[in-house]
Design a protein around this ligand. Structure first.
Ligand SMILES: Nc1ncnc2c1ncn2[C@@H]1O[C@H](COP(=O)(O)OP(=O)(O)OP(=O)(O)O)[C@@H](O)[C@H]1O
Ligand SMILES: [Mg+2]
Length: 357
């Protein structure tokens, strides 16, 4: 697959001397790919999307479409449609005319427009809503009209900025599946923005995890979840135990004073590291049978598993297990070596991104 969109060393500063909202951003998006920007509020997701759409210009760096530099091309000259985070429907037009708007501008024949609008209304589950006024729609329905309005133009690239933010969980999941289905049906490249990691893991071919305008990791959902490259990614994608450790030597890490076998190599001897362990990778065992013992402080039944907290020394471990435990009793924690992830400590303040409690 060839690249459709490329960002090369893209940096955006809103004030000349201000800090960068997006910093040295490099990314190639393949035709037909579903790429998601994932990160906390203010990390530069919308700014990056606006530069791809042409509503903002990079301070430095370039943006390519099919290998052609479009950095200075106005938005209406790009084969790109955007569903904005704060989308606006035309209040004086009914649903049909809202969706038909772009097609009418392109002077497409009326019966063709009617066919396309009917089709997309079906796709977003709003068949029969043609004549309704936008003010009579719920937030979720308005959001679906905004999506329909973008899809109907059959853009090469569709940019979606938190398009499901206003929907309740159920409808959100329905719309996630709908978007994935639409994506399969139409040959559109999707660049999607969310701060919801579950949504990103479900929908994306590739995820770009961002923090403070900097890409932390790019990869497919499985590698992002299983092989986070730093503590920020590990913490942001799912819950994790993140604890200080010392890499004694290859394949041996000291956690809370105990030497624990792991599979990582290539660290300096006695290097201070971040140790990352997923709650579901820890097992509750008899006192003395694991690598460490602690006091069970909390057990909550979550349906699929027990959510357990165990205080060991000054660290409260988080465990998700199908085995229960007894609050107030001592228990051991066990872990398999390849479920321990070792990460270098951040070297600079740019990477100092985890707020340790
Ligand atoms: N027009 C602007 N002028 C000055 N600063 C801006 C402007 N737009 C965005 N910023 C700043 O750039 C940074 C990134 O903002 P951006 O809107 O891209 O974040 P985001 O990741 O989309 O966040 P959210 O999830 O809250 O929508 C923020 O610190 C924001 O305050
Ligand atoms: Mg935003």
């Amino acid at each position: 697959m060839e690249n459709i969109i490329e960002l090369k060393n893209v940096t955006k500063r809103f004030e000349d001397d201000g800090s960068a909202a997006v910093k040295d951003f490099n990314l190639s998006v393949k035709r037909g790919e579903f790429v998601t920007f994932l990160g906390p509020s203010g990390c530069g997701k919308t700014t990056t999307l606006r530069m791809i759409a042409g509503f903002d210009t990079p301070t430095s760096g370039s943006i390519l479409l099919d290998g052609r530099d479009i950095t200075a091309l106005p938005p209406n000259k790009r084969p790109i449609n955007t569903v904005f985070q704060r989308y606006a429907l035309f209040p004086h037009l009914n649903i049909y005319d809202n969706i038909a708007f772009g097609l009418k501008l392109k002077k497409i024949k009326e019966d063709e427009i009617r066919k396309k609008v009917t089709e997309v209304l079906e796709i977003v589950d709003l068949a029969g809503f043609e004549k309704r006024s936008t003010s009579t729609l719920s937030g979720g329905q308005q959001q679906r009209v905004a999506i329909a309005r973008a899809i109907v133009n059959e853009p090469e690239v569709l940019l979606l900025d938190e398009p499901l933010g206003a929907l309740d969980l159920k409808l959100r999941q329905v719309m996630q599946r709908e978007l994935m289905r639409i994506k399969k049906e139409v040959n559109i490249t999707f660049i999607y923005v969310t701060h919801d990691q579950g949504e990103a893991l479900t929908m994306s071919d590739r995820i770009v995890v961002m923090n403070k305008g900097i890409i932390q990791q790019t990869g497919d959902p499985v590698s992002i979840y299983d092989e986070p490259q730093n503590a920020f990614v590990a913490d942001f994608i799912g819950e994790s135990n993140i604890i200080d450790g010392i890499m004694v030597r290859d394949r041996l890490v000291k956690i809370q004073g105990v030497d624990v076998p792991c599979v990582d190599t290539g660290f300096a001897e006695n290097e201070a590291v971040d140790v990352v362990i997923r709650p579901e990778d820890l097992d509750i065992v008899e006192e003395g049978a694991g690598f460490i013992d602690g006091l069970v402080t909390e057990v909550i039944y979550e349906g699929a598993y027990y959510d357990i907290r165990v205080m060991a020394g000054d660290y409260e471990w988080h465990i998700q297990s199908n085995m229960s435990a007894t609050p107030g009793k001592k228990a051991g924690l066990a872990i398999l070596p390849d479920n321990i992830q070792i990460m270098h400590k951040p070297r600079s303040s740019d990477e100092e991104i985890i707020e340790k409690d």
